[in-house]
Design a protein. Structure first.
Length: 285
């Protein structure tokens, strides 16, 4: 393990200017310190060098400036857990054709949302019309939510995806106003695409869609094919608003990426996201 530490009380920045790759297999790299300067780290961080993790600790600010970095942080399975949640809710609620209380109380009914039942914008994200609907969104969430959480951390990633999906449903309700009822996690999935797009523009080092990560492109393509190719019941407006909301909250994610929250804060944010969803269902029933 390597540790680059800035001594306490140091006020000026410290710069590591050599842009060549780090060649050794050294495990984790920790950038630490409590100075007030903007420290820079220019060496190339390569996946081929078997680095375990890039860790930021202490109060000093570090900027990793090499545009050729291809280090990928440890894989997270957050999206898989979200997919399992969607499948579990579907097992409880059944299909929309069964007209269970889950759909009566939790669907994104535009008129009821505008009338004050805002929690439907959250609960509808976990309901699906049939098996094909939930399977498509589960696969998409497993891939894309995992990428978002890998880039931003568990708590920030889950929170922003949930926020994007919720805002997408709220905006759809305001735009529709008339009789319009929708369900599905696709609004949040398109939000995840928007978040990744925003990160790619604002902090390109966080989301590198090059040859080393072709499955990200494949995931986005799969989502578009599944969600836009299922027939006349596709809620294009909700998808559009989800994408736009994702672009907006993705900018917030880019700001957090410059100074990532601590692991404790990440877990607290993840618990808060889960509590928000659970609380929405509590209000529904």
């Amino acid at each position: 393990m390597w540790k680059l530490d800035v001594p306490n009380g140091t006020t000026g920045p410290i710069s590591f200017t050599n842009t060549g790759p780090i060649q050794a297999n050294f495990g984790n790299l920790t950038l630490s310190g409590s100075n007030t300067g903007a420290n820079t780290f220019a060496p190339r961080l390569s996946q081929a060098d078997s680095m375990g993790a890039l860790i930021k600790s202490g109060g000093g600010v570090w900027a990793v400036t090499n545009n050729t970095n291809d280090f990928i942080s440890p894989v997270t399975f957050a999206g898989v857990y979200v997919a399992l949640l969607l499948l579990a809710v579907f097992a409880l609620s059944g299909s929309r054709a069964a007209r269970s209380d889950w759909f009566v109380r939790g669907s994104a009914d535009a008129q009821k949302i505008v009338a004050g039942e805002w929690w439907r914008a959250l609960t509808a994200l976990t309901l699906h019309a049939d098996a094909a609907h939930v399977l498509g969104n589960a696969v998409a969430a497993a891939l894309l939510v995992s990428v978002v959480c890998q880039a931003l951390g568990l708590g920030v990633g889950l929170g922003l995806v949930l926020l994007a999906g919720t805002l997408g449903n709220l905006l759809t309700a305001v735009a529709q106003r008339g009789p319009h009822v929708s369900v599905g996690a696709s609004t949040a999935v398109f939000g995840a695409i928007g978040i990744l797009a925003a990160l790619r523009v604002v902090t390109p080092g966080r989301v590198r869609l090059g040859a080393r990560r072709p499955w990200v492109i494949l995931a986005a393509t799969l989502v578009l094919l599944v969600l836009f190719g299922v027939g006349p019941d596709v809620d294009v407006l909700a998808h559009l608003f989800g994408l736009l909301a994702g672009l907006g909250v993705g900018y917030l994610g880019a700001l957090s990426a410059r100074r990532p929250p601590t692991p404790t804060v990440q877990w607290l944010l993840a618990i808060l996201a889960a509590a928000a969803l659970a609380g929405a269902w509590r209000l529904a029933f």
